[in-house]
Design a binder for this molecule. Structure first.
Ligand SMILES: Cc1cc2nc3c(=O)[nH]c(=O)nc-3n(C[C@H](O)[C@H](O)[C@H](O)COP(=O)(O)OP(=O)(O)OC[C@H]3O[C@@H](n4cnc5c(N)ncnc54)[C@H](O)[C@@H]3O)c2cc1C
Length: 504
């Protein structure tokens, strides 16, 4: 069996591993890094552009990030955190663009206004309260709100076309929202890594097993999927950035921190518009309210996408259920992940998530016609023949023991690290690739704390991410400064970030 030795082994070539790879190379160019990917190309799972919604999640339009409490108040804390986290991603990408490590930003990020649209008294009241709460804060002070149909028609013409008059509707808008082609971003990051010394990309290799050596390093066995040749890579540090495939791999490492986790896969589909004249008339991401029982990431939205310089229009996602953990995975994935230590939480969640189960069944039963009916809430004159179905990526939601030892389903992402800092894994998929930079910083902090404190890594992080170590939610001046810098570096309509909030 062939064996080689590296400092860092990155499993998977999606948004997470590529971000960590570039970050570590910037922090220490002498690191020997190996990236192993089971598919023949980089970023072909969830990170590929048509497998996700490409929303630069900044909590401008996603209503599920601001839940309404029982007393009617709006809880903004998650929105502040996600917004700040996206600002961190924008800073890192800006740094890489300025350095020439990433190409012209329009290759991977484009300005697309982020808008929310709701109908019905209850939802309008919610959106108004959400706007009033958020726009008081410096992170959201340029958000606009309106209940005026003429203004909404100007903001989102397709949404108003053929809509019945007199309906109670409302919308918010943040003009400097973005559409991100995470697939292009990841591939460009790998192109950059490829130009550095001591970076090795192994495509078409399946990581199979792990063994921790006496010196704490890991021997990771893998198989070439074409030649069936087995090989082993010895690494001081391993990152499981395998997307839906991270949970089974984490279980194989046998680290105590990985025990008790299970995964619940949710697949997705889009309606994609086939008529370019319709596509050209929409210029925003319009998010609505989630149907009852829908997982938070299944909020429907009518989405302008910019893919390889061309505009596209998508509606969805429609959720579905398969037992695969990866789009290119196996139907046995979920069954293989059942272990004595996660059976109880898995069964408990299965038995108690009736709203989710009902929602998934109703989604799976949908016909093309019923999907276009859902679309007509956002585009009343939509015609079935103008839209076709496209399959999105898989999301594996985390199931873990709750405080009572039963089980709970989580919709966020979670970074798991071994106590000795030699291994890290990322589970879950939301808010996803938008917050990849913060997630990878947390790995650096937890697994390379010594280098951070004593080898100048902290200062290097500040040079890449000027707000590193500071709080963008508390420091209005700092936010203004970094936002103005990133929006102009990335070509994201910086002037629109200067206008104060207004309600129409
Ligand atoms: C429908 C949908 C909509 C989404 N919308 C958004 C959005 O609007 N904004 C946003 O920020 N995020 C969104 N996301 C989430 C985002 O796509 C993911 O969080 C992100 O792409 C995950 O990146 P990753 O690198 O962890 O995983 P992936 O991109 O899945 O990459 C993991 C890689 O690991 C490889 N791999 C797996 N197992 C092995 C193994 N054993 N050996 C070797 N390689 C392996 C896989 O082949 C894959 O290439 C969405 C996701 C979905 C599914």
């Amino acid at each position: 069996m062939t064996t080689k030795t590296v400092d860092v082994l990155l499993v998977g070539a999606g948004a997470m591993s590529t971000t960590l790879g570039v970050m570590l190379k910037e922090l220490d160019p002498s690191l020997k890094i190996c990236m192993v990917e089971r598919l023949e190309e980089v970023a072909k799972e969830s990170t590929d552009c048509m497998n996700n919604a490409g929303t630069g999640h900044a909590a401008y339009c996603e209503l599920n990030y601001t839940p309404e409490a029982a007393d009617g108040t709006i809880n903004c804390s998650k929105a502040y955190a996600i917004n700040a986290s996206f600002e961190v991603s924008l800073q890192f990408w800006s740094y890489l663009v300025r350095k020439g490590a990433l190409p012209e930003p329009s290759n991977f990020i484009n300005p697309v206004p982020h808008q929310s649209f709701v109908w019905g008294e209850k939802n309008v009241n919610f959106l108004r309260k959400r706007y009033e709460a958020l726009s008081k804060h410096h992170q959201f002070d340029v958000m606009e709100y309106t209940e005026d149909p003429d203004v909404i028609r100007e903001w989102m013409p397709l949404v108003m076309e053929g809509r019945k008059e007199g309906e109670k509707i409302a919308a918010t808008r943040v003009r400097y929202g973005s559409d991100v082609n995470f697939g292009s971003l990841a591939r460009n990051m790998v192109n950059y890594l490829d130009q550095t010394e001591d970076f090795d990309l192994m495509l078409n290799h399946d990581v199979i097993d792990f063994y921790q050596n006496k010196d704490d390093s890991w021997s990771v066995s893998m198989k070439n999927r074409a030649t069936k040749e087995s090989l082993s890579v010895n690494s001081k540090f391993v990152f499981l950035g395998a997307g839906g495939g991270a949970l089974p791999l984490l279980q194989k490492t046998d680290i105590p921190e990985g025990k008790g986790y299970g995964g619940f896969p949710v697949s997705g589909q889009w309606l994609v518009c086939k008529k370019q004249e319709i596509v050209e008339r929409h210029e925003s991401k319009v998010y609505g309210c989630a149907p009852i029982g829908a997982p938070p990431m299944s909020v429907p939205h009518l989405d302008t996408r910019v893919i390889d310089g061309k505009k596209a229009l998508l509606f969805g996602p429609f959720a579905g259920f398969t037992t695969k953990f990866l789009k290119n995975g196996s139907m046995m994935d979920m069954f293989g992940s059942l272990k004595p230590n996660n059976l109880k939480p898995m069964l408990y969640v299965g038995a108690t998530s009736m709203d989710l189960t009902k929602y998934l069944i109703s989604e799976v039963m949908q016909t093309h016609g019923s999907r276009v009916m859902s679309l007509s809430n956002f585009f009343p004159v939509a015609q079935e023949e103008d839209w076709e179905i496209s399959h999105a990526g898989q999301r594996v939601q985390i199931i873990k023991k709750d405080e009572t030892g039963k089980g709970k389903l989580e919709f966020g992402t979670e970074v798991i690290t071994s106590s000795d800092g030699t291994l890290a894994a990322l589970l879950g998929a939301s808010p996803g690739a938008s917050t990849s930079v913060s997630a990878m910083i947390s790995i650096v902090e937890r697994c390379f704390s010594d280098k951070l404190e004593n080898e100048g890594w902290k200062e290097k992080l500040v040079s890449m991410i000027p707000s590193y170590g500071q709080n963008l939610t508390e420091d209005a001046q700092l936010l203004k400064q970094v936002r103005s810098d990133t929006l102009s570096t990335l070509g994201l309509d910086p002037e629109s970030a200067e206008t104060p909030a207004k309600a129409g």
